[in-house]
Write a protein that binds this ligand. Sequence first.
Ligand SMILES: *[C@@H]1O[C@H](CO)[C@@H](O)[C@H](O)[C@H]1NC(C)=O
Ligand SMILES: *[C@@H]1O[C@H](CO)[C@@H](O)[C@H](O)[C@H]1NC(C)=O
Ligand SMILES: *[C@@H]1O[C@H](CO)[C@@H](O)[C@H](O)[C@H]1NC(C)=O
Ligand SMILES: *[C@@H]1O[C@H](CO)[C@@H](O)[C@H](O)[C@H]1NC(C)=O
Ligand SMILES: *[C@@H]1O[C@H](CO)[C@@H](O)[C@H](O)[C@H]1NC(C)=O
Ligand SMILES: *[C@@H]1O[C@H](CO)[C@@H](O)[C@H](O)[C@H]1NC(C)=O
Length: 594
Amino acid sequence: MKLNTALAGLLAVIEGTAIAQADTQSVLQAVLGSSESSPVPSLSRRRPNILFIITDDQDLQLNSMAYTPLTAKHLRDKGTAFANHFVTTSLCCPSRVSLWSGRLAHNTNVTDVSPPYGGYPKFVERGFNDNFLPVWLQQAGYDTYYTGKLFNAHTVENYDSPHVNGFNGSDFLLDPYTYAYLNATFQRNHDPPVSYEGQHTTDVITEKALGFLDDALEGDRPWFIALAPISPHSNVDPARLNGGEVSFSAPIPLERHRHLFEGVQVPRTEHFNPDEPSGVSWIQNLPKQNESVVEYHDHFYRSRLRALQGVDELVDAAVTRLEESDQLDNTYIIYTSDNGFHIGQHRLPPGKTCGFEEDIRVPFFIRGPGVAEGMVQNAVTTHIDLAPTFFQLAGIPTRDYFDGTPIPISPSSKVTRHEHVTVEYWGKGVAEGAFGGIGPSGSNMIGNHTYKSVRLIGEGYNLYYSVWCNNEHELYDLSTDPYQLHNLYPLISRANSTEPRILGRRLSDAISRLDALLLVLKSCVGINCIEPWNVLQPDDSVRTLRDALDVEYDSFYHQQPAVSFDWCDAGYVIEAEGPQVALTRHGLNWDIWT
Ligand SMILES: *[C@@H]1O[C@H](CO)[C@@H](O)[C@H](O)[C@H]1NC(C)=O
Ligand SMILES: *[C@@H]1O[C@H](CO)[C@@H](O)[C@H](O)[C@H]1NC(C)=O
Ligand SMILES: *[C@@H]1O[C@H](CO)[C@@H](O)[C@H](O)[C@H]1NC(C)=O
Ligand SMILES: *[C@@H]1O[C@H](CO)[C@@H](O)[C@H](O)[C@H]1NC(C)=O
Ligand SMILES: *[C@@H]1O[C@H](CO)[C@@H](O)[C@H](O)[C@H]1NC(C)=O
Ligand SMILES: *[C@@H]1O[C@H](CO)[C@@H](O)[C@H](O)[C@H]1NC(C)=O
C-alpha cells in the first residue's frame, strides 16, 4: 500500500487538506481507474443480476422441497434457506400483486383473483401497471424479463388493454389457459396470443426462460428475470370453466416423470385427517375423510411432486446456463412460491386460502454474492419484504410506502428485523380436487372467508392469532401445538390455575396485546407495518410481544378496542371491518392514533 499512501499524501498536498485513511483506496481507484495495469477492482463494477423463480401453490410444510434434488443442489446447498418465510395473503393474485408492489393487500386493494376485487384489471385500475417492480428496475437501469403466469384474470381478451408495462421481454400465460398443463396459451411482448396445444407447459416455459436468459446475458446492463411456471398448481380445464365454477384437478406431470414416487403419501402428521375436529366452526364441521378420499389425496400429492420435477429441471437448466456464462458470480438466484398448500390437514380437501402454516409458509432460497452457503436463516421474512430486498440488491433507495423491509440475505446484513407476519384474506375460500365440494350445496367455494391474522415468532413464543368476519377467533401456541389443533381462544374465560399461559401471562392479557397489534397491522402503511408496536407505544419502549406483556401496560392494553367485523364482505370494505384506530400510549396517558 506504499503507492496508495504516497498518492493520498500527494493529493492531500494538492488539495491542501488531509484525506482520511479510509478514503485512500477510493481516491486511488478514481485516479487509477483507467489504468490497464491497475490491480484495484473497477469502481464501476456492474450491479448484480437477479434471477427470480416463483412457483405456484408450492408448499413448504408438506415437504415438497425434499423431492427436488437439483434445486437443493443449486440453491439450498449453494445458498441460504429462509426457514420462516411467509406470504401475507394465501391466494395467487393478491399475493403476487403485493410481492410486485411491496405493499400489503389492504394497501393494494387487489384482494381477489378476479374483478371487482382483484385480478389483472384491478391491478391496472389501481395504477400499479405504471408503478411496480419491473418498471422501477427498468428506471434504475435494469433489463427486465418475465415468462409464465403473472396474475389471474390476465386473459386472451384483455392482455392488450393495456399491455403489461416494465418488461424488455415478456411471454405471459393467459387465462383461461393458464392452468391447462397441456394446452397453455402464451403471449409474447406485443404479439397476439399463441396456443401450445399438446405441449407441456413446463417444457414450453423452460425454452422461453433460456431464450430470455441468453438475451439478458448478451446485454450490457444488469438484468432481472422472473420465471413463473404454474407447477405444482392444480390443472384447470378451460372447457370446464363455463358453468362459472372452476374445477381443479390434480396437476399433470411431464410424461417422463409420471412413474415417480409410487407409494409416497401425504405426511401422516397429527393434523392429517384427524379423529377430533378442531379450529373455527366451518373447519370443525368438516367430516372425517374416508379411505377412498384419503387415497385420492395421496394421488393428488404425488401428482404435485411429479409436476414439480419439470420445475426442478428448469432450475437446473437456468443455473447451468449461468454457470457457463461469466455472470454467475454477479447474480442472485431466488426461489419461492406465491402461496403454500394443504392436503387433508384439518380434514381440508386440497387448497390454500387459509391461515394455517401449510398455506402461509413457503420455500425461500437465495444464492449469490455474500450469501452464506448451506445456511438456514431463522429470521421472520415475508413476500412484502421482497421489493425492498430487490431494491437493496440493485442499490435503489427504498420507498416510504413499502410495507416491508429488506431481508437479511447475509449473516452480517444490517437490516430491520420483525417478529410478526400480517396475514389477511377477503372473500371466498376455494377447495380443490375431486372431493372439493365442501361449500353450500356441494360448491367448492367457501363463503364468509374473510379474516385478519397475525403470526408471531419471537424469543420463547410462537403464535398464530386470527379474527374471522363472523367474529370467531383462533389462538394457537405453536411451541406446544405445532399442528394448530388446540384453539386456546375459547379458554379465555376459564379463569383458573389451569388456564394456558403465554410467556407466563394469562390468556386475556396476551390476547389484549395481540388484538392491539392486529388492529394496527390490519390498516398499517409503510414503517408502521414494520414497527407496529411503535404506533401503540411511540416512546420506543416496546419492540416485541414480550416487551408489551409487561404488567405495567395491562390497563392500557385492556382498554384497546378489539378487532371485530360488522359483517362478512367479499372485498376490503372498511365499513364492514369494525374498529380501525388503536389507542396510543404517551407516558401514562393515551389517546387515539389516527
Ligand atoms: C430495456 O428497456 C429500457 C426501458 O425501455 C430501455 O431503456 C433499455 O434500453 C432496454 N434494454 C434493451 C437491452 O433493449
Ligand atoms: C386448446 O386451446 C385452444 C385455444 O387456445 C382451443 O381452441 C382448443 O379447443 C383447446 N383444445 C382443447 C383440447 O381443449
Ligand atoms: C367416501 O367419501 C366420498 C366423499 O364424501 C363419497 O363420495 C364416497 O362415496 C365415500 N366412499 C365410501 C367407500 O364410503
Ligand atoms: C355467511 O354468513 C351469513 C351469516 O352471517 C349467512 O347468512 C350466509 O349464508 C353465509 N354465507 C355463506 C356463503 O356461507
Ligand atoms: C379449571 O380448569 C380445568 C380445565 O382446564 C377444569 O377441568 C376445572 O374444572 C377448572 N376448575 C375450576 C375450579 O374452575
Ligand atoms: C376496495 O375496492 C373495492 C372494490 O372496488 C371497493 O368497494 C372498496 O371500497 C375498496 N376499499 C378501499 C379501502 O378503498
